[in-house]
Design a protein around this ligand. Structure first.
Ligand code: GZL
Length: 349
């Protein structure tokens, strides 16, 4: 073989080896190496559900802006794309990297005992945020901060009951469908249960309940299917705003009208979250009748918990966030649930 050909082959082999090594070094340092403690920052590993809704994006932004370097933190943010397996992998990575705190926004309530046991064995506090975890041993997590999803539902269903009574609408003529959130998530469990209790208490008809996965696309698909299946739907109960936006599209595509004039054949839409201008505009127009607030701004709450733990304090095991109820209808200014009254925030024109 000519010397020149051998030389070229050797040069190519050296180049390939050099590139391979470089990638190996950068990849290891970037993703798997232990966390180098810089300027004694507190390192927080956050496993987020995904980016399925406006609420989730607000929640992620709240966490990112709460845990910045200038506030003394390094945030490792992992988006699980709505898959629990990805969250479990993220938690194990946080453990390997020796973070100071793990924050978990669990996609669903079940399936956390093993990995939270690994975090506890590693001596890393776990703060659960937003949805709850369902574990045998509550010492597997330090504390939880989030919403009372069943109360959110009780408030929205109470608003609906008061409204329908004002319209002298017979309970037996109320035909509801439930577009559910991610099945097994605390938000879905609480909002589904609140509606079922109200249906029984008020004598309404719950025609069907189908998953909408908290997304606009699934909300639209699910509502379209139900409108084809039932011709007497007059309330669509959506377990978040993005499902409601999809439901509105499906209602109009089916030749029906979203609104509060249920006697004239309108389809009332009930929803939860209230974080986007689109949601509030729909309240003002009346196409969404009522929204149970679900507050996404957990970043400062979680940071406060960490600050207190750093000072040696023990946080409350459960911290519930106060939330309102929104409507564009001016005829109801407050509702009561279990003897406690809650003001209704009226979205002016
Ligand atoms: C509620 C949260 C829910 C929101 C949805 O705290 O878990 O998940 O209501 C979001 O918008 O997708």
């Amino acid at each position: 073989m000519k010397k020149s050909v051998v030389f070229i082959i050797l040069i190519c082999m050296i180049c390939v080896l050099a590139v391979g090594c470089a990638q190996g070094v950068s990849r290891k340092t970037a993703e798997e190496g232990p966390v180098e403690k810089k300027e004694d920052l507190i390192v927080v590993g956050f496993s987020q559900v995904g980016a399925e809704s406006d609420w989730r994006k607000e929640n992620s932004e709240s966490m990112r802006s709460a845990f910045t370097r200038d506030k003394g933190y390094e945030l490792i943010f992992e988006d699980a794309q709505q898959k629990q397996a990805n969250q479990i992998t993220a938690i194990r990575t946080f453990i390997q990297r020796g973070v100071d705190y793990i924050v978990l926004a669990p996609v669903a309530e079940d399936g956390w005992d093993t990995v939270l046991g690994e975090a506890r064995d590693a001596g890393i506090p776990v703060i659960v945020v937003d949805r709850m975890v369902n574990v045998e041993d509550e010492s597997l997590f330090t504390c939880w901060v989030g919403s009372d999803f069943r109360l959110e539902s009780q408030k929205a269903c109470r608003w609906l009951k008061v409204y329908l009574d004002k319209q002298h609408f017979k309970p037996g003529d109320v035909n509801i469908v439930d577009i559910q959130g991610t099945i097994g998530s605390s938000a879905q469990i609480g909002r589904t249960r609140g509606l079922r209790d109200a249906v029984i208490d008020n004598g309404w008809n719950l025609l069907d309940a189908v998953p909408g996965e908290f997304t606009q696309a699934k909300g639209r698909e699910a509502t379209a299917r139900l409108l084809e299946k039932y011709d007497n739907i007059n309330v669509v109960y959506c377990e978040n705003d993005n499902e409601a936006f999809g439901a509105l599209e499906a209602i109009e595509a089916a030749g029906r009208r979203p609104g509060r004039n249920i006697r004239a054949g309108d389809v009332m839409v009930i929803s939860f979250d209230g974080v986007s201008s689109q949601a509030l505009d729909n309240l003002r127009s009346g196409s969404i009748s009522c929204i149970g607030e679900c507050n996404p701004l957990h970043g400062p709450r979680v940071r406060k918990i960490i600050e207190n733990i750093e000072k040696g304090e023990t946080p409350d095991k459960y911290e519930y966030v106060d939330e309102d109820i929104f409507s564009g209808y001016e005829g109801i200014t407050e509702i009561s649930v279990d003897g406690k009254s809650y003001p209704v925030k009226i979205m002016g024109k």
